[in-house]
Design a protein. Structure first.
Length: 608
């Protein structure tokens, strides 16, 4: 959550900072601000609401002169969204300015300490404590002051800092919150994520925990917390600049829905060699795969839903018991992890705070961790024992689509590989599944070609108050994701239920005209699902059934039916989720909502 951009170079800083913040809007925010140093004073301008308000206040940055600055988009934690609570924050004499992504967990005792020493506060935020602490410890050396603050604050943070005494320096430090450093001939950058600086450079450094960075116009130096110089390797980002732009689509979400065939193909192709699945980056021997006793899958939100889907598939194909945990629950439930087990952490950004904490907890307990992430060089990718990248490219819309689909694809590959090695899939079934896996991109494309019917239906139900999703087996997992997509971008109350649970309370919620989406892709469960659909329909519910081509008997029990191409039942979630993504998208559009930046949500949740 929150976005940080910093720049020092030859260009005017404010327009560069605004451009970078615009590329970070997907992270979610409620206010924004800039601090620009003109060589004499550090001027701060802040605004509540969208970034355009800040643009208007600064004339698109032209009213702020200076080639050194920091910018920030805030997602409120401590203190309501307001100008006073927006970043950057000053110390009292305005000689230090700070932006912060994360949470200072011990801010209250630190605030009390600073109040006792005569400091006053202009905001309700935890971040302002950092500005005053820097002032308190500053004795002429910014690095020493930053190091002392690092030892005093608890929690997660990425800081960008300006000191009035140092008009040619920009400072940054991180712990558990994402921050990268970019280098170019026109100047140097800090940012929360690659898209913020991709317009200016592809050369980046990934800062590790508790490392400090000192940037000047033509140099970058890194220090550990003991202020010893360290050497870091520069990386080249391979994303196309155009990949982070809308490319003619009305919203990033729609663009990313349409990018799914390519994203899935890019995730599959490098891992299929001849007639075998080969995952070189797995770093797990065949003997270790055969000896696996249990798999624990951990994620948040949509990544958790990938885990729920994967449990059904992995257990079916490998006969390895699988547990699925919400990352926020796993880290606090004092988990018991068996020897010869494996933890899989799924995260789009690779920076999700709860997932990162779960990774570290698993490693503390002596269990190897596999990360499945999209962002190269992210913290989870670096700290996991091995990593499978999903190659979805930049995903900007808060509501994930292509990252979800590529995570599913990675889990298919893993399940098939494990089943093959363990001998729990026959050679014939393995070959058939591999051919179906290769066809997924074109079948997703086929579904996208029939979006008009879903668009029509979505406009019809844009004013719904409640929507229920039902499914059995992997269809229940798909229902969880479909429900989440609808609620997060349309603000319609939506719930997903295992269809067999209807009679245990859920059916009391069904009344005349209430929409129920039934996901029916598993042939062995068709008859069971028909019974559940009839139960809903006889109580006045309106049925939208999502099923396989050829299962036309469903039309006798449904009010509206959408068909997906036939595939292996294990891969059906990749096809079934596409109409549900489109349904959620078009409902949101029909309601005139901000599809890419739904209220109160953020793309990368880097705080608890």
């Amino acid at each position: 959550m929150c976005g940080i951009v910093g720049y020092i170079g030859q260009e005017q800083a404010a327009p560069v900072l605004l451009d970078g913040l615009a590329k970070l809007e997907y992270r979610g925010y409620d206010s924004a601000g800039l601090a620009v140093y003109d060589g004499k004073d550090i001027e701060v301008v802040k605004a509540k609401g969208r970034l355009q308000a800040l643009r208007d206040l600064t004339g698109d940055g032209k009213s702020l002169q200076g080639t050194l600055g920091i910018g920030h988009t805030r997602w409120a934690t401590h203190g309501e969204p307001s100008v006073s609570n927006a970043h950057p924050h000053y110390n009292q004499n305005k000689s230090i300015a700070v932006v912060h992504n994360g949470i200072i967990e011990n801010y209250q005792p630190l605030r009390d300490k600073m109040l006792a020493k005569g400091y006053t506060f202009a905001s309700e935020t935890d971040t302002e404590v950092v500005a005053h602490l820097l002032d308190y410890y500053y004795e002429g050396n910014p690095l020493q002051a930053i190091a002392k603050v690092m030892h005093r604050v608890q929690g997660s943070y990425a800081f960008g800092v300006l000191f009035r005494d140092y008009p040619d320096k920009l400072y940054a430090v991180r712990k558990d919150s994402p921050l990268i450093v970019g280098a170019s001939e026109q100047g140097n950058f800090i940012a929360s994520d690659v898209p913020a600086i991709l317009k200016y450079t592809r050369d980046v450094y990934f800062i590790e925990n508790r490392e400090i960075c000192e940037l000047s116009r033509d140099a970058i130096q890194f220090y550990n917390e003991d202020l010893e110089l360290i050497t870091k390797e520069i990386k080249t980002v391979e994303w196309d600049i155009e990949a982070a732009e809308k490319g003619g689509y009305e919203h990033f979400m729609l663009k990313e829905i349409y990018e799914q065939p390519k994203a899935v193909l890019d995730t599959i192709s490098p891992r299929i060699k001849g007639d075998r699945i080969v995952i070189d980056e797995l770093e797990l021997s065949e003997e270790a795969i055969r000896n696996l006793k249990r798999i624990y899958i951990i994620g948040c939100g949509s990544a958790y839903h990938v885990g729920v889907t994967s449990k059904y598939i992995i257990e079916s194909l490998t006969r390895i018991p699988v547990e699925v945990d919400l990352a926020s629950e796993f880290r606090y439930r004092n988990p018991i992890l068996e020897p010869d087990s494996m933890v899989i952490i799924i995260s789009q950004s690779g920076e999700t705070a709860d997932s990162l904490a779960a990774l570290r907890k698993a490693q503390e307990l002596g269990v190897k961790v596999l990360g499945i992430v999209n962002v190269v060089g992210s913290t989870i990718a670096r700290e996991a024992d091995s990593v499978i990248y999903t190659w979805a490219g930049p995903e900007i819309s808060v509501a994930t689509t292509k990252a979800y689909s590529t995570q599913l694809t990675a889990m298919y590959l893993l399940a098939m590989l494990f089943g093959d090695v363990r001998g729990t899939i026959s050679a014939e079934e393995y070959a058939g599944m591999l051919e179906e896996l290769k066809k997924l991109p074109e079948k997703i494309q086929e579904i996208l070609g029939d979006k008009e019917r879903i668009q029509w239906f979505a406009s019809k139900y844009a004013n719904a108050q409640d929507v229920f999703f039902l499914g059995r087996g992997v269809d229940y997992a798909t229902s969880l994701e479909g429900s989440l997509k609808l609620k997060e971008i349309s603000y319609i109350h939506s719930e997903a239920y295992a269809a067999g649970e209807l009679k245990h309370g859920t059916i009391s919620l069904i009344e005349n005209g209430v929409l129920t989406v039934a996901v029916v892709t598993q042939p062995d469960l068709y008859e069971k699902m028909i019974s559940n659909i009839v139960e809903v329909r006889t109580r006045g519910g309106y049925i939208f059934t999502l099923t396989n081509k050829g299962n036309y008997a469903m039309e006798d029990h449904s009010d509206f039916t959408v068909y997906i191409p036939k595939t292996h039942p294990c891969f059906a979630p990749s096809l079934a989720v596409i109409p549900l993504q489109l349904f959620g998208y078009y409902v949101s559009v029909a309601k005139g909502l901000d599809v890419d930046k739904p209220r109160n949500l953020a793309k990368s949740v880097t705080v608890e």
